[in-house]
Design a protein around this ligand. Structure first.
Ligand code: NAD
Length: 330
């Protein structure tokens, strides 16, 4: 029987997993060998994936021309929640299953979003700068407003958005949300006030937390116009995808005091250039795409992900399918 081939690709695969022993061992369950691809050369990449049976990837683009080069691929696994770097339609056309790992870090990302909200609201960055500089004067963080009674606007009420709703329940914060793809009963079930238009949420919310996938519709969903609409005391938190916010517009809004502060776990370019202006904003907290991380979620990520690849290579149906239509055409 022919030995199958699983290719791993994308810098963040190797940043998350320094040692790939688990992946090599798991590949054997599908009579496959693992080939870690680390080169930046696109020609070599296309050649490597041309006879791959499976690809496990984070953030390395897999566009139509890559998919055309593949001759026997059964599954592309995005080893994360987002899969915006994969041309899903082209994969479906080729009969390739696209899968992701949607649940491994839901709890952590919601917790991280809440941490950014609290850190901004309690002005931790300003207060820490004061103590690091040898000072002891709480007045540096004035004015600071209470969270109680404020409105938390959630954009994208999926897994992470809903988890965040649960987390703020004890904080006496009122959750409101905008998600045009859900029916009213979901909002009712969660006890979340629905905003049918994004503008209504921007007008009403004191804190805004973003939890949408990156799509052509959500690209720069928060730009100059939206930032201008937010309250001057508003806090903006983004743990979803950097490109959902127009970075230069946010920089301007923060510097001009159009909004009070922001917390970002994701940036338009990752890692950012050292001269990225946002990194020096005093009313902004930035973390390095770490919201998903805990030792437990790292474990779930590799287990759930590789289980999926092994299932498909052994002729079984995957548990999470991004493009279920691939089965109809079969
Ligand atoms: P999900 O698919 O469960 O939820 C996304 C929600 O967004 C859905 O309910 C969908 O209807 C809604 N949506 C889609 N387009 C929208 C639009 N134009 N306006 C408003 N709502 C819209 O996904 P999730 O598990 O909640 O994850 C959300 C995002 O978080 C992912 O796409 C991923 O990019 C990001 N993420 C980041 C990290 C991190 O470490 N920072 C980790 C995991 C996930």
């Amino acid at each position: 029987m022919r030995e199958k081939k699983i290719v791993t690709a994308g810098d963040r695969v190797y940043l998350k997993f320094f040692d790939l022993d688990f992946f090599h061992e798991k590949a054997k369950e599908a009579n496959a060998r693992l080939v870690p691809f680390k080169d930046f050369d696109e020609g070599k990449f296309k050649q490597e994936i041309s006879d791959a049976d499976a690809i496990v990837v984070i953030d390395r683009p897999l566009q139509k021309d890559h998919l055309q080069a593949m001759t026997c691929c059964k599954i592309i696994l995005a080893l994360e929640v987002g899969y915006d770097f994969i041309d899903v339609a082209a994969a479906t056309e080729k009969g390739i299953v696209v899968s992701n790992v949607p649940t491994y870090g839901t709890e952590q990302v919601a917790l991280h979003a809440l941490s950014l909200i609290l850190a901004c609201q309690r002005e931790l960055k300003t207060l820490m700068a004061e103590t690091s500089a040898g000072g002891w004067n709480y007045n540096v963080c004035k004015p600071l407003w209470e969270l109680k009674g404020k409105k938390l606007g959630i954009i994208g009420l999926g897994r992470i958005g809903r988890n965040l709703v649960k987390k703020v329940q004890g904080l006496e914060v009122e959750p409101i949300a905008y998600d045009p793809y859900l029916s009213d009963d979901i909002f009712q079930m969660l006890g979340v006030k629905r905003c049918y238009d994004l503008e209504d949420l921007l007008d009403a919310a004191d804190i805004i937390s973003l939890h949408v996938p990156l799509t052509p519709e959500t690209h720069h969903m928060i730009g100059e116009r939206e930032l201008a609409r937010m309250k001057n005391r508003a806090i903006l938190v983004n743990t979803c995808r950097g490109k959902v916010i127009d970075g230069p517009a946010l920089f301007k809004a923060l510097n001009d005091g159009q909004i009070a502060g922001a917390g970002l776990d994701v940036l338009e370019k990752e890692p950012p250039d050292p001269e990225e202006p946002l990194l020096n904003c005093k009313n902004l907290i930035v973390t390095p795409h770490a919201a998903w991380y805990s030792e437990e979620s790292l474990d779930r990520l590799k287990n759930f992900g590789m289980d999926e690849v092994v299932r498909v290579l052994n002729g079984k149906r995957p548990r999470f399918v991004v493009n279920p239509e691939v089965f109809f055409q079969r």
